[in-house]
Design a protein around this ligand. Structure first.
Ligand code: F6P
Length: 412
């Protein structure tokens, strides 16, 4: 049964009853069972709907949903959180309700909530006042729903048990990689929205959360400049980004860093040391060095823990501390290390991220309505569009060489 592909449903025809063309899950085992309807009723749903047309007599939302006039849409947020998640959730719900008459279910703790069938109703009221809030009201986890056959089956069962017609998954490479597999291999109707402070997802020019992270790091560098100057110090600033140097490069350029090290560019550590010495010999007694957590210093590194997707927790590798020790040893300069860590992901999103998140969320609601499953909302130039999930998760989007070269004349 799970080999069958989901066929996107046509837009509902007013007055038309239930039929298998409109409900391709019917008979497939994925269609909502009476038991799950009861379970969901027990969750105490409150529905909010698009306004009824003048003179229209409406059934309660669940009835309209079950009779093919309105979709129940699940939303989840997976992986590391980032500023703007709540703005997307708000847009999916408000646009879905007001333009399309969708109803929404918030799945808690990312894919874990689907496996454990933990969900809450999400109405317009629930998403009011969250536009500027960091984090995610739905909570997140790094659970991998495709880690084995049994877990994958639990995800498929969770979909049916929650009675959802479509799922909007907000995530990065891992969350959307799982979304892609669940769609491509099991036909689940999933739409993706690209989130990550790392900005390393292919298929979109930028992910929401990135602008906020760069702003946070840039203003931290501004502060570190002043204290570095007071004490004639070298300040090493370790930033996030996994195996992509976007945060390091953009915040380093904006913050006037004296050296920037990114994972895409094998560092020449002696050249870093020489550049700092040269600065000091010109009477510039303080320096800022920005290093991305995924940089390989060529010193063997440190083996850290891995998450469910098999990724090393790079913060545990301590590249900032290791680089600081090398600089201190080689130059004798007073050197301090600042690891910005999760501060880069916390707090309120920038205006730019709020707008991008709102545009992505709006497009995700439209994709659900149009049955554009297995695709991800994407920004191309100034235009919001969508791309196959497979294109987004195949390879990481890393910093091109020419962009790094832009920063190099400012080193030292
Ligand atoms: O992917 C976002 C990110 O913040 C990375 O930059 C970082 O390596 C990782 O998540 C940290 O993960 P955790 O929140 O599990 O410590």
């Amino acid at each position: 049964m799970h080999g069958e592909r989901y066929a996107p449903r046509r837009p509902p025809i007013p007055g038309q009853g239930l039929n298998s063309a409109m409900w391709p899950w019917r008979g497939s085992g994925l269609f909502v069972s009476p038991k799950s309807v009861l379970n969901i009723s027990a969750m105490g749903y409150a529905y909010e709907d698009a306004p009824a047309a003048k003179g229209e007599r409406r059934l309660p939302t669940r009835m309209r949903h079950r009779y093919g006039r309105g979709m129940r849409v699940g939303i989840l947020t997976g992986g590391g959180d980032c500023p703007g998640l709540n703005a997307v959730i708000r847009a999916v719900v408000k646009v879905g309700v007001r333009r399309f008459g969708h109803e929404h279910v918030g799945i808690l703790h990312g894919w874990r909530g689907l496996l454990e069938q933990q969900a809450v109703p999400l109405g317009v009221r629930d998403v009011s006042g969250i536009l500027d809030r960091g984090g995610t009201i739905l909570k997140s986890s790094r659970t991998n729903p495709c880690r084995d056959a049994e877990t994958t089956q639990a995800a498929i069962d969770g979909f049916a048990a929650l009675g959802i017609d479509a799922l909007v998954a907000l995530g990065g490479e891992d969350t959307l990689g799982a979304a892609n597999r669940l769609h491509a291999e099991h036909g689940l109707p999933i739409v993706g929205v690209p989130k990550t402070i790392d900005n390393d997802l292919s298929g979109t020019d930028v992910t929401f959360g990135f602008d906020t992270a760069v702003q946070i790091v840039c203003s931290s560098i501004d502060r570190l400049h002043t204290t570095a100057e007071s004490h004639d110090r070298v300040m090493v600033v370790e930033v996030m980004g996994r195996h992509a140097g976007w945060i390091a490069l953009e915040s380093g350029i904006a913050g006037g860093a004296d050296y920037i090290l990114i994972p895409e560019h094998q560092p020449n550590v002696p050249a870093v040391v020489d550049a700092l010495r040269a600065r000091h010999s010109r009477g510039l007694d303080s320096s800022i060095v920005v290093v991305s957590e995924g940089v390989d210093l060529g010193d063997g590194g440190a083996e850290g823990e891995r998450d469910e997707f098999g990724h090393a927790l790079l913060a545990q590798q301590g590249v900032g501390d290791r680089l600081g020790a090398i600089i201190r040893e080689a130059t004798g300069f007073d050197t301090r290390v600042t690891v910005l860590g999760h501060v880069q992901r916390g707090g309120t999103p920038t205006a730019r991220d709020r707008i991008l998140a709102t545009r992505f969320g709006t497009h995700a609601a439209e994709m659900v309505e149009e049955g554009l499953f297995g695709r991800m909302a994407s920004l191309r130039g100034a235009i919001i569009t969508d791309v196959p999930l497979a294109d987004a998760v195949g390879t990481l989007k890393t910093v091109p060489d020419e962009y790094y070269r832009l920063a190099q004349p400012f080193f030292g």
